[in-house]
Ligand binder design. Sequence first.
Ligand SMILES: Cc1cc2nc3c(=O)[nH]c(=O)nc-3n(C[C@H](O)[C@H](O)[C@H](O)COP(=O)(O)OP(=O)(O)OC[C@H]3O[C@@H](n4cnc5c(N)ncnc54)[C@H](O)[C@@H]3O)c2cc1C
Length: 386
Amino acid sequence: MTDDLRPNYDEALVLDAVDRFLEREVRPHVHALEASDTWPAEIVEKMRELGLFGATIGEEYGGLGLPASTYAKIVERVSAVWMSVSGIFNSHLIMAAAVERFGSDAQKARYLPRFASGELRGGIALTEPDCGTDLQAIRTTARRDGDRYRVNGTKTWISNGIQGHIVAVLVKTDPKTEPRHRGMSLLLIEKGEGFRVGRKLEKLGYKGIDSGELVFDECEVPCENLVGEREGRGLQQILAGLELGRINVAARGVGIARACLEESIAYSQVRKTFGKPICEHQSIQIKLAEMATRLEASRLLTEQAALAYERGERCDLEAGMAKLFATETALFNSLEAMRLHGAYGYSKEFNIERYYRDAPLLAIGEGTNELQRLIIARQLIERHPA
Ligand SMILES: Cc1cc2nc3c(=O)[nH]c(=O)nc-3n(C[C@H](O)[C@H](O)[C@H](O)COP(=O)(O)OP(=O)(O)OC[C@H]3O[C@@H](n4cnc5c(N)ncnc54)[C@H](O)[C@@H]3O)c2cc1C
């Protein structure tokens, strides 16, 4: 039996239930599932029972309606055990956030309860073979034909694209319009005729969760699946969702950085060199202090961004800073943990090599860290005019 988070609105109780789920249902299976790159069907079923697919969806739609700060703490905990599990509900919830924030009443009623229960799972399909950062350069088109759109194009690197049932797809409804974003829209596309999985993509880390190439070939989508039922709003709609996405990636960074620190603190007290535990060597102490300090700063930045999001404030600066710093900390801590563990850090029998393989994705996904720096700088100028 898995706990159900629904009756528990006290944050401590929610986090306790998540911890129990992780210890019972996830931790014992991580090594085997990671090694075989297996999509964790049983874990997904337990996540449904727990209500994780509706974590941030409003209670009126059957979700848990958790605030972003509690959600960030859940993501941190999950990622400290196996980051891949967080990917299965994170991009699903970004898709749900776009529908909840910008969808019509009919779209909310039709989709949100099924998203919340995990009956319909999915993600967001923005990236294409030729572009990721420069989203306005996408080539996937949706051509209006009576009461439907005909969608053509290829999306790549789509998390949950193979195992999921539906994706929120960024398309060009008017490829010629300038500025380009005015011709972009967001369509909810369910699996069916004209929508096929091209291939599963092989990766350095982030095993278990599927990353797919999706091909749309004259795929017919009813016009009622256009988010907000108005063309030209797609880029804004998805960028607003990415604020939550960046808080969630920051929280993943905090989780990886914490796991690296905790395992390093434990290991450094049992591993001995030159007659004493390595934690008594000053250079190891400096590593632990540096890792711990960066971790605390990452957690505070993430919490600050989540609280701004909860207050409904524009928070691209805060989310950008949290994402940048926490993910760089995950990279830093995973390398320091590997050095500190010596050969055991490099071993498949320990967790450190997995953290080291998972961390770089955080610097790429939900907007690269190069892009975050640009967003932060632009916001600084905008908020502090001369
Ligand atoms: C495991 C995994 C899962 C993913 N899941 C999803 C998903 O679910 N949905 C989805 O849509 N996408 C997903 N992605 C794609 C991801 O969002 C993109 O990889 C990311 O946005 C970067 O795009 P790109 O790879 O095309 O790099 P590019 O945009 O080609 O960038 C290449 C380099 O140039 C830099 N750069 C680009 N523009 C500038 C600039 N103006 N100034 C300075 N530097 C710049 C970038 O920072 C980067 O270093 C996933 C990727 C991975 C690896």
